[in-house]
Design a protein around this ligand. Structure first.
Ligand code: HGY
Ligand code: MN
Ligand code: MN
Ligand code: MN
Length: 414
């Protein structure tokens, strides 16, 4: 067996993915592993153990990012990093994020076992948070590694139960000033293996995808304040109904997005009405806004027009309107030479491949501002993700690890 075919790279991957999925397994199906919750902490400490078992040293930084390290022989050489995020959405799948971490651990263990110590140090990271599913902040892990995150948000951001990010972080033992700083300046490259979360590969029949650009993203928290009132005695014309106002805004947003056309997407994924009671006109509504496009100026313009439309709806209805911008990422081009390396590795493994845009946001989007970064996709069945039905076959999962191992070999051993 020619070790350079890296056929053994995925040894241990599948059981590791299953064990990881148990942390936050939702009785309704899927996985819910939100930042700084008990399942999150248990998963990170479990992964630290698996990294050490794989012969890596493991350490946490102040935000709870976990790094497994395979020391290189060339002192002072910058580090080659792979990995992804350990957090999930509510009732998400078992592959989003987790696959990139498990694959990185499997690949580093395989490379070390097969080729010994690398010239350049290899690390696999389990970023603490990427989704923005518990707190309005997203990319809390990679954002701090890149120096693009703001610690003061830890006190400004609260979850739906009113717990601040800092309180949650300290509850699971992170956020202490004496803990290692998150900022890295010693990275030569970042390569992230991830499920596609879309249907392009399955439709095209290719085995792997090489990401050229990750779309830009804006996230807002919108608050509408009207007047709670009696559902039976308040005439329609005298209401300041925050829920009816939100409904008009959401319908207007969808119409604007359809008019703009693909690939722009606009989503209201979370809505909380107060007092959320059948016989009370809603006095306050908070909802989230997630807008994405691969063109920065068009994305910014769409957001401006949408928020202006919301303001005019609110004014007409006598509602107070506030939109707080929690995330603004520009479209992120991936590193061309790393993309070419992944393509060559795919060819060498005899896998069909295509270049593509990622409609999903990823840690590589932020890492690309710090060091040359690239992303490798494997197919998602039916394009489904952020759902308990997220699925990728074992053979497809193993394809990805083979290509990742080949790319890491080129980057760290040659
Ligand atoms: O929302 C996203 O695109 C990513 O999965 N965080
Ligand atoms: Mn996700
Ligand atoms: Mn992800
Ligand atoms: Mn993502």
């Amino acid at each position: 067996m020619n070790p350079l075919e890296h056929r053994e790279a995925s040894a241990g991957l599948l059981p590791l993915l299953e064990e990881l999925a148990a942390f936050g397994a939702d009785p309704e199906g899927g996985v819910t592993r939100l930042l700084y919750t008990k399942p999150w902490a248990e998963a990170q400490h479990f992964l630290a153990g698996r990294m050490r078992q794989a012969g890596l040293s493991a350490r946490f930084d102040r935000a709870g990012n976990l790094f497994g390290r395979l020391e290189g022989t060339e002192a002072g050489a910058d580090v080659i990093l792979t990995g992804s995020h350990v957090d999930t959405v509510v009732r998400g799948g078992k592959y989003d994020g987790a696959y990139g971490i498990a694959a990185g651990i499997a690949a580093l263990a395989y490379l070390s076992r097969t080729f010994g110590a690398p010239k350049r140090t290899l690390e696999v990271v389990s970023f603490c948070e990427e989704e923005g599913s518990r707190f309005p902040v997203a990319y809390w892990g990679s954002g701090h590694v890149c120096g693009r995150q703001d610690w003061t948000l830890a006190d400004a951001a609260s979850d739906p139960d009113g717990i601040t990010l800092r309180e949650a972080m300290e509850t699971v033992g992170f956020g202490a000033p004496e803990q290692p700083d998150c900022r890295r300046s010693d990275l030569a490259a970042y390569v992230e293996l991830h499920i596609e979360q879309g249907i392009v590969l399955e439709r095209g029949g290719e085995r792997i995808g090489i990401v050229e650009t990750i779309v830009g993203q804006r996230r807002y928290a919108v608050t509408l304040a009207g007047e709670s009132n009696h559902a039976g005695t308040t005439p329609m014309g005298l209401r300041k109904d925050a829920l009816a106002g939100a409904a008009e805004m959401i319908a207007a947003l969808e119409a604007m997005a359809l008019e703009q056309g693909d690939p722009l997407v606009a989503t209201v994924g979370r809505l909380d009405a107060e007092p959320n009671t059948p016989n009370v006109v809603a006095g306050r509504v908070r909802f989230t806004l997630d807008i994405r496009l691969d063109r920065e100026e068009k994305l910014a313009r769409f957001c401006t027009l949408a928020l202006a439309r919301f303001e005019s709806i609110a004014a007409r209805r006598g509602l107070a309107f506030e939109a707080v911008n929690w995330l603004a990422t520009a479209p992120a081009p991936m590193d061309a030479s790393l993309a070419a390396l992944l393509e060559r590795a795919g060819e060498a493994a005899g896998l069909t491949h295509r270049r593509m845009v990622s409609g999903a946001g990823h840690d590589a989007q932020l890492m690309g501002g710090l060091c040359p970064s690239a992303m490798l996709f494997v197919p998602s069945r039916g394009g489904i993700s952020h759902s308990p039905d997220e699925y990728t076959t074992p053979a497809q999962l193993e394809d990805g690890v083979r290509v990742l191992a080949a790319a890491l070999y080129e980057l760290a051993y040659r």
